[in-house]
Design a protein around this ligand. Structure first.
Ligand code: FEO
Length: 392
C-alpha cells in the first residue's frame, strides 16, 4: 500500500475495513469503516498520528515499509481502534516516542501496558516542531472518551480531529463527497457524539478560530469541505429539533401496529415528518440517527409479562443513553389483561429532558374510541411542534 498525499509531507494511511459489520459489538456498520493513521514528515522529524486497529496492523506496516525512522507516535485517543497497534510500532521503531496527554497516557498504560518511559506528555495548546511542520495539540474531551484530543498542523491548516467529524465509511476515495458522507457521518455523530452535545458545542466554538483547509478524522474520508462538515455538526449538536416524530415500535399480534399506523397517518396529515421504525429488526444506527433531530419520540409497545416488550425497553434505554434533544415523548400500545408498560418506559428515560405526553395504552384490538385518543395525541404533537423548523 502507498500512503496517499494530502499535502506536501502529509499522508493518509487509511486502513479500510469494508466487511466489518459491527463496532464495539454494538454499532451496525452498513458501510464498513476505516481506521485512519496519518504520517507527517518535517525536515527534521517524522510523526505518525495514531496507529489504527491492530486487526489491520499488516496494512499499516505495509504503508510504513519504506519509513526508516519514526520519531514520534502521536496518540490522539486511547481506544484501541486508534492506539491498538502502537506496541507493534514501538517494537519495529524503538527510536519512536509516544506523544500524548496525561489522561491518554494513563489509559495507554492501562489498556496497552506501554512502557511509561516511552511516553512524552503534552499540554493543551502545546506545540511539537518537526521542522517546517508544527503540530499544535488541542484537547477535545468527550469527542468520545475523556482523553480525546486533536492536533492542528499549522503550516498546512490540517486538523487531525480524532473521532470528531468521523464517519464509519470504508472508501478508497481520499476526500469526502458531501452527499456520500452525510448519512455515515450523521450515524457516527448520533452514536458517538450525541451524548456529549455540550462539549461538541464548545469544541466547535474553539475550532471556529482556526483556519481549516482539511479535517482529517480517524474514521472515514478526509474532508476538504470543512465549512460544510462543521456547519452540519453545529446543527446536529445545538440546532433546534425539527418537526419530526420518531415512532419506534414493536407489535406482536397487530394491535399496537394499528395504533402506530393511525398515529403515523394523522401526524403526516398534520405535516410532520415521521420516522417509523420497526424494532423487530432493530438497527441501532437508524434509531440513533432519527434521534438527532426528532422533536418527539413515541415508543409503541405491546405488554409482555406485565411490562413493555423487551425490544421497546432496549430502544428506550438506547435513547436514554444517547441523550437526544427531543422535547416530547409518549408511549402507545396494547395489553391483554393488565400491566405497566407506559410507566416502565417513562421510568427508563430520565436523561431525556422532555415533556411526557399522555400515553395511549388500550385493551386488546383498538376500538374507535381508542383510535380517537390516537388522533388527539397526533393533534397535540402537531400543536407542540407548530413553531419548530420543518424537517430536512
Ligand atoms: Fe474511533 Fe473512540 O474510537
Amino acid at each position: 500500500m502507498k500512503p496517499e498525499k494530502i499535502t506536501e509531507g502529509v499522508y493518509s494511511l487509511r486502513l479500510n475495513h469494508f466487511n466489518r459489520r459491527l463496532f464495539d459489538a454494538l454499532v451496525p456498520l452498513p458501510d464498513g469503516t476505516s481506521y485512519n493513521a496519518y504520517l507527517v514528515r518535517g525536515s527534521e522529524k517524522t510523526a505518525l498520528i495514531d496507529s489504527g486497529d491492530p486487526e489491520k496492523a499488516e496494512v499499516l506496516f505495509d504503508y510504513l515499509k519504506d519509513e526508516k525512522k519514526i520519531d514520534y507516535v502521536v496518540s490522539l485517543h486511547a481506544e484501541q481502534d486508534h492506539s491498538g497497534s502502537i506496541p507493534q510500532v514501538l517494537a519495529r521503531h524503538p527510536e519512536a516516542l509516544v506523544v500524548t496527554n496525561p489522561k491518554c497516557k494513563d489509559l495507554l498504560l492501562t489498556h496497552l501496558h506501554l512502557p511509561a518511559e516511552k511516553i512524552i506528555e503534552i499540554k493543551d495548546g502545546e506545540t511539537l516542531s518537526l521542522g517546517g511542520k508544527t503540530l499544535e495539540f488541542l484537547y477535545l474531551p468527550w469527542v468520545h472518551w475523556p482523553e480525546t484530543m486533536g492536533a492542528y498542523l499549522r503550516e498546512d491548516k490540517i486538523l487531525f480531529s480524532c473521532d470528531f467529524f468521523g464517519s464509519h465509511l470504508a472508501t478508497n476515495e481520499l476526500f469526502s463527497e458531501e452527499r456520500r458522507v452525510y448519512e455515515p457521518m450523521k450515524r457516527y455523530f448520533a452514536e458517538i457524539m450525541m451524548p456529549f452535545r455540550t462539549n461538541i458545542k464548545s469544541h466547535l466554538e474553539r475550532l471556529s478560530k482556526y483556519e481549516l483547509s482539511f479535517i482529517a478524522p480517524s474514521h472515514g474520508p478526509v474532508h476538504s469541505n470543512t465549512k460544510f462538515v462543521q456547519d452540519i455538526h453545529r446543527d446536529w449538536a445545538v440546532g433546534e429539533p425539527q418537526n419530526k416524530v420518531l415512532v419506534a415500535y414493536v407489535s406482536m399480534h397487530g394491535s399496537t401496529l394499528q395504533l402506530v399506523n393511525r398515529l403515523v397517518s394523522r401526524l403526516q396529515e398534520h405535516g410532520a415528518c415521521v420516522e417509523k421504525l420497526n424494532l423487530e429488526q432493530i438497527d441501532e444506527g437508524r434509531v440513533a440517527m432519527a434521534l438527532v433531530d426528532a422533536a418527539t419520540i413515541v415508543i409503541g409497545t405491546p405488554t409482555v409479562l406485565a411490562g413493555p416488550h423487551p425490544k421497546a425497553v432496549y430502544a428506550a434505554h438506547l435513547a436514554n443513553l444517547l441523550r437526544p434533544k427531543a422535547r416530547f415523548v409518549s408511549v402507545i400500545g396494547s395489553f391483554g389483561w393488565g400491566g405497566r408498560a407506559a410507566e416502565t418506559i417513562a421510568g427508563l428515560i430520565p436523561n431525556i429532558k422532555a415533556e411526557l405526553l399522555k400515553p395511549v395504552i388500550v385493551k386488546g384490538l383498538p376500538t374507535g374510541a381508542d383510535l380517537k385518543q390516537i388522533d388527539e395525541l397526533a393533534a397535540l404533537i402537531a400543536e407542540k411542534h407548530k413553531t419548530l423548523p420543518v424537517c430536512g
